[in-house]
Design a binder for this molecule. Structure first.
Ligand SMILES: C[S@@+](CC[C@H](N)C(=O)[O-])C[C@H]1O[C@@H](n2cnc3c(N)ncnc32)[C@H](O)[C@@H]1O
Length: 262
């Protein structure tokens, strides 16, 4: 059991943009896996539930989606969706029969949990033979500014993005974890393990830059300790809404793996 606290507050200003940038990257993985009507899905750390709802639309009334989070305020149960409030730092304690699920999904969650490796075996234990695991993680990459109004702004954006990533790292988020999921899943004898990593350019005012702006707002006081001034963070907020600004977005790695049929 670990005491590392989750470093963000769940709010639409953060999770809305996160979903807007990541859902288009996750959907092709669902197509590769072949998620379909009637499937039983678990969404661990479901956040504001965009993927939960995509799963529910796909599995239909003959399937089920179980959405789990520490903070379930943004998740709504339906006739397809069950919502459970759980702290995954305490392990995986859910009313789900082992070996019964078609898919377990978890995006941008394990990277925040110190017991991430220990959770993998119980997660795969819930899968039926032939069932799938889909993980997505933000992975560290150096800040890259494609365009900024001035050389000073260029340097400020670079400093703030590095400070966000370093602050998360020092608070217990492992931004290297996504580089190791593939190996861990092979170690658990999963098959058809496949990973890919992407980083898109994000424009000021778009969802990616609004996500960065919200991350900086939520970490504001800790960023002041990282040698940034209040005026720097205010300017960063302005730049993240400026359509003449472009940065390389957070790097995202997704990994899919199938439980052996026998
Ligand atoms: C960055 S958000 C990702 C949300 C969602 N998976 C998505 O990609 O849109 C991380 C989520 O993990 C949840 N979380 C963090 N620590 C947790 C814990 N110890 N137990 C359960 N959920 C946790 C947060 O509440 C939040 O909803």
């Amino acid at each position: 059991m670990t005491t590392t606290a989750y470093q963000f507050r769940n709010a639409p200003a953060q999770l809305g943009p996160l979903e807007q940038v990541l859902d288009p990257l996750t959907r092709p993985d669902l197509a590769r896996i072949g998620v379909r009507s009637g499937w039983r899905v678990l969404d661990l750390g479901a956040g504001a539930g965009s993927m939960t709802r995509i799963f529910a639309d796909t599995v239909g009334p003959g399937g089920t989606v179980c959405a789990v989070d520490l903070d379930t305020r943004l998740l709504n149960p339906t006739n397809i969706i069950d919502v459970y409030q759980r702290d995954l730092r305490d392990g995986l304690d859910l009313p789900i029969t082992p070996g019964s699920l078609d898919l377990v999904h978890s995006r941008c969650v394990l990277e925040h949990l110190a017991n991430r490796v220990d959770l993998l075996a119980p997660m795969t234990g819930l899968l039926r033979p032939g069932g799938w695991l889909l993980l997505g993680e933000i992975v560290y990459s150096p800040a890259l500014v494609h365009r900024a109004p001035s050389a000073e702004d260029h340097e400020l954006i670079r400093r703030v993005i590095h400070a966000i990533l370093d602050t998360l790292g020092s608070g217990g988020t492992d931004l290297d974890w996504g580089n190791h999921t593939h190996g861990h899943l092979l170690g658990l004898r999963m098959t058809h393990v496949s990973s890919h990593t992407r980083a898109e350019a994000w424009t000021g005012g778009g969802p990616g830059c609004l996500l960065m702006a919200d991350n900086a707002r939520q970490l504001h006081d800790r960023l002041l300790d990282a040698d940034l001034a209040d005026t720097d963070l205010h300017r960063f907020g302005e730049l993240m809404t400026d359509p003449t600004v472009a940065v390389r977005g957070y790097q995202f790695t997704s990994t899919i793996a199938q439980k052996p049929h026998s």
